[in-house]
Design a protein around this ligand. Structure first.
Ligand code: AR6
Length: 174
């Protein structure tokens, strides 16, 4: 059975194979955890995101629709890859399915890539305004439900930046 951990800190410093980013559908970079990851990874990450975005647009799609994920290299971050997941924006109505999709697709992609350990931020709970308690419940439930399909994943780390999220996750995963 995979080990699930909860820590408070900066996801760019966590020792895992792959970290997940809370990105936007244009893969355009931004603030919050996205900004921190781009700063730590260096300009080559912007270049790879721009290349993927251009390819997807050329094919007639959005670079990364809400609920979907895209993998890139990690460049100056010491992990082996970055999964960019686009969470839903909270407009006052439930979008747990789209949020769950970020966690589920990230785990499945990490498993396919042969990664053993993965770190998640609290997707959508910053600028996108998702209620932290609802987001935490959806994240933990989805990871637990998806893990049986990911026998290669041995370690999941929920990286909480703020104390409120940390306390919520600790209650769900004592
Ligand atoms: N490590 C871990 N978690 C962090 C870090 C960090 N270094 N920095 C912030 N957080 P947000 P969203 C937490 O706003 O709500 C961007 O501009 C933060 O406390 O980063 O999904 C993107 O480009 C919060 O709990 O992501 C998108 O446009 C969590 O990360 C948009 O924001 C998510 O907050 C995505 O919004």
């Amino acid at each position: 059975m995979a080990q699930i951990e909860v820590i408070q800190g900066d996801i760019t410093a966590v020792d895992v194979d792959v970290i997940v980013n809370a990105a936007n559908s244009g893969l355009a970079g931004g603030g919050g955890v996205d900004g921190a990851i781009h700063r730590a990874a260096g300009p080559c990450l912007y270049a790879e995101c721009a290349r993927i975005a251009a390819e997807k647009k050329k094919a007639g799609g959005e670079p990364c629709p809400t609920g979907d994920v895209v993998m890139t290299g990690a460049f100056n971050i010491r992990c082996k890859g970055i999964i960019h997941a686009v969470g839903p924006i909270w407009y006052g109505s439930d979008k747990d399915g789209l949020l769950a999709s970020c966690y589920r697709k990230s785990l499945l992609l990490a498993q396919r890539a042969g990664f053993i350990s993965i770190a998640f931020p609290n997707i959508s709970t910053g600028v996108y305004g998702y209620p932290k308690n609802k987001a935490a419940a959806a994240a933990v439930k989805t990871v637990k439900e998806t893990l049986p399909e990911c026998p290669g994943i041995g370690r999941i780390v929920f990286v909480c930046f703020d104390r409120e999220n940390y306390d919520l996750y600790k209650k769900l995963l004592p």
